[in-house]
Design a protein around this ligand. Sequence first.
Ligand code: SAM
Length: 407
Amino acid sequence: MGYIDNMPRKQITFRDEVTEIPSTTYGTFGLYGYPAKFIPQVIAYILDEYAKMGMTVFDPFAGYGTVGVVSSVYGHDYELWDLNPLLETLHKVATMKQPKQDVDSLLAEMKCYTHEFIPDWSNLSYWFPEEFLSFLFRIWGFYHSLTDEEAKLLLTIPLLKITRIFSYDDIQRQKLSKSPKSKKRVGQLLKDNWQDIFYEKVKEEVYAVIKGVAEHHRLSPKPVESAVRGGVDALTMDLAEEMDILITSPPYLQAQEYIRHAKMDLFWLGYPESLIRELSKREIPYRDVEPCEIKSDIYHKMREQIEEEHLLNIFDVYFQGVLGALTRLQEKISSYLFLFVGPATLRGQPVPIDDIFRQHFTALGWTHEVTLVDTIVARRMFFYNNNPATGLRDKRMRTESLLVLRR
Ligand SMILES: C[S@@+](CC[C@H](N)C(=O)[O-])C[C@H]1O[C@@H](n2cnc3c(N)ncnc32)[C@H](O)[C@@H]1O
């Protein structure tokens, strides 16, 4: 089955198009490894190319909040939502003022602190050895005792990162999971002078944040208005006011389980287990969704070919969830929709998500301007699939597509 029809499709390499942002990890963009994060150049390209002065920007699946940071650099007011509450904290760090902290005395205070903070997490001892736990309770006790917002922001990402290194989580994996490799890492730490290692690593990370924030300010962010809301379900929430531009990268079909990945960080930041469980139940595509009419024959043709019930369920929930939310939200968008989607396959069969989205939104009255196709340089690799047209094994590059739709 081939889905070839006449539509503008253009090859692009976003990171080469934008010279204002020197690298993908410049400034605060690389401080935290949020799964499936936007590279800032995609947003910079969009705002450069399409946005007029004074236009407002909205991202309902904002993740780390890259859309917000780049919007501030380009002088646009913005609104960000994500189901993941981490968005609010991480975005505060990414847009913080230049810190004036005395790092050594802050860390010296942390070392002497004695009150404990114990996360509301029933599985805590599965993820950390006993030896580390009482130490971490005091470290996080210090964090939660801080009343100086700047000091707290400065320590947030370093403590999250290093606490994870001191846990049994396999950091290379996108899901919270134990592995022989992660057990070995913890075993090695236990044999070493691990308290000194902990403080040393935190200090390095604090300096990385200071450097990132300094670079961020070199990009001259403007004093724009912003609303940033974590813990928001895009399927049920409505925009209070009309916005000009929607830029988003919705959840993936081969989903990442963002809440499961973020869980460890959320617990240490003080979110209760009951809330985290509640949020996991709202994640697309692991939830029940209201039916939504999908205006795409590609979608319906593909659907007919899926025999396995559980795959059909994922396929339906994914499109009904993402398109259900975006169909409602687009009503309040006055100028542009920019939808960024990655490659997806089901039973080894490529799913042309961008074409399905294009058909759906053009049927709703949007004009398709172009689809820009970028090769994923950071994860550049060949992957093998059956070519849907020939049924033969096919070798192709992984690509991501940006769909540009105009009102
Ligand atoms: C591809 S990621 C976005 C990454 C983002 N572009 C960035 O630069 O970090 C998709 C996001 O959708 C969020 N998400 C999943 N289900 C959601 C829902 N029901 N409501 C709002 N956000 C949801 C996930 O938490 C995840 O952060």
